[in-house]
Design a protein around this ligand. Structure first.
Ligand code: GDP
Ligand code: MG
Length: 464
């Protein structure tokens, strides 16, 4: 998310950083650039106006022009304003209710409601040890009920069955009483969406809301719709009191206009981001961390948390030790690293959070794309243990066999071997190694007194 905005803003602010003195003129230029960047990111106009106005007020105040590092002061002003426009602090779910706490999902068709029910169920189950039941009130598309059942099974949530010939209100009431009987902590109610906001839909969802009186009514909206996301949220909020927003498909959105507009336009907090199709692809929304991402400074904190949760620390340490000792970095290690990375949501999700990734050319990012990773794993899987330990033995006929076994071409195998050799060299040079070092660094930071170099990345960066 935010690639385009990050690009523009960091370039603009970079220019300013180099200047010793800031005059009203170059503040003006910068403000114009910021305004353009926001408009291009599809941020709603009232938000852009308010934003630029605020930054201008502060920038023209004493602090910037008198400062010895005016560029940095301006970066801070923009950063603070970004945080403010997105709502300051993270707002989590408020489930303080007589159990079962009911969460209702609302939103247009295809916005990601059903997927988000699964993600949320998993999140609550794994992180808050809640017993979760889910139910679908989407009676218009029988496939939608089946979809939720599949999702529930995948994440280990209790599924309350419903049918297309029932009334949504009846379904919800029955589910609620079952949830009480089975001592569920949380009941998540999935609802039907339409293509547009329409009167029938609003009437139905209002009735549903009245019947089950949820503690959380979450509006699920597709980030790719940009500022429209804020407008639809507003329309819904007028019909039923929303308590928060889940912004989905942020993995496919390079602009970020929705994230920056929703709070200002609706007054409602974004509580979560959907960052992919998998049930793990849900992140609590932290305005400060997102602001940092937008300014190209990465989101090392979220990364640290994720690494702590998802990466196999023992494996990471084993690898780190091995490389530190100067023992060979093998193709098996290479594969392990790729797999660890996939656990973190793949390269895409990872790169989003690393500082300075804005400067990495798109072509390079694409090369490290998730599909490419899958291919690498397939190729390594087709090798024998001996080949993985001693890649030098991989010559003509072995290459053909490996390519055939992995459904790739010989040139793919060649490419991988070349990449691997480069990486091995880099690992040797860095003595302690990229990813391994990074993982250890991150882990150190989690413990008391642990520290990481500011900026986060190890010198030489990622081994890809
Ligand atoms: P609903 O009609 O609102 O219930 O939407 P669904 O949950 O069925 O999702 C519609 C489509 O969006 C599905 O193909 C999902 O896999 C996809 N989707 C949902 N959330 C995300 C997300 O955060 N990222 C991506 N890339 N796809 C998503
Ligand atoms: Mg659905």
């Amino acid at each position: 998310m935010f690639e385009n905005l990050t690009d523009r803003l960091s370039r603009t602010l970079q220019n300013l950083r180099g200047q010793g003195r800031i005059t009203e003129d170059n503040v003006k230029d910068t403000l114009r650039e910021i305004r353009m960047a926001l408009l291009e990111a599809d941020v709603a106009l009232p938000v852009v106006r308010a934003f630029v106005e605020q930054v201008k007020d502060k920038a023209l105040g004493e602090e910037v022009t008198k400062s010895l590092t005016p560029g940095q002061v301006l970066v801070k002003i923009v950063n603070d304003e970004l945080v403010k426009v997105m709502g300051e602090a993270n707002e989590g779910l408020d489930l303080a209710a007589q159990p079962p706490a009911v969460i209702m999902m609302a939103g247009l068709q295809g916005s990601g409601k059903t997927t988000s029910v699964g993600k949320l169920a998993r999140f609550l189950k794994e992180r808050e040890k809640k017993k979760v039941m889910v139910v679908s009130c989407d009676v218009y598309r029988p496939a939608a009920i089946d979809q939720l059942q599949t999702v529930a099974a995948e994440v280990g949530a209790e599924f309350f069955p419903s049918r297309g010939d029932q009334q949504p209100v009846d379904i919800a009431r029955a589910a609620l009483s079952q949830a009480k009987k089975s001592f569920a902590d949380v009941l998540i109610v999935d609802t039907a969406g339409r293509l547009h906001v329409d009167a029938d839909m609003m009437a139905e969802i209002k009735a549903l809301h009245t019947a089950i009186d949820p503690v959380e009514t979450l509006f699920v909206v597709d980030a790719m719709t940009g500022q429209d996301a804020a407008n639809t949220a507003k329309a819904f909020d007028e019909a039923l009191p929303l308590t928060g927003v889940i912004l989905t498909k942020t993995d496919g959105d390079a602009r970020g206009g929705a994230a920056l507009s929703i709070r200002h336009i609706t007054g409602k907090p974004i509580k979560f981001l959907g960052v992919g199709e998998k049930s793990t692809a849900l992140e609590p929304f932290h305005p400060d961390r997102v602001a940092s991402r937008i300014l190209g400074m990465g989101d090392v904190l979220s990364l640290v948390e994720e690494v702590g949760r998802k990466v196999d620390q023992k494996e990471a340490e084993k690898l780190a030790k091995k490389v530190m000792k100067g023992q060979g970095f093998t193709l098996q290690d290479f594969k392990d690293q790729i797999e660890q990375m996939n656990k973190l949501g793949g390269m895409g999700a990872l790169m989003d959070k690393l500082p300075g990734m804005g400067q990495v050319p798109d072509a390079v990012k694409a090369q490290a794309g998730d599909k490419e990773m899958g291919k690498l794993i397939a190729i390594i899987n087709s090798m024998t243990p001996q080949e993985r330990a001693f890649p030098a033995v991989i010559k003509g006929s072995r290459k053909r066999r490996i390519a055939q076994g992995s459904g790739t071409q010989v040139q793919d195998v060649n490419k991988l071997l070349k990449q691997f050799t480069q990486m091995q060299k880099m690992m040797k040079k860095m003595k302690g190694g990229g990813m391994a070092k990074m993982l250890r660094g991150l882990k150190g930071r989690m413990g008391p007194g642990g520290g990481m170099p500011p900026g986060g990345m190890p010198p030489g960066g990622f081994p890809f």
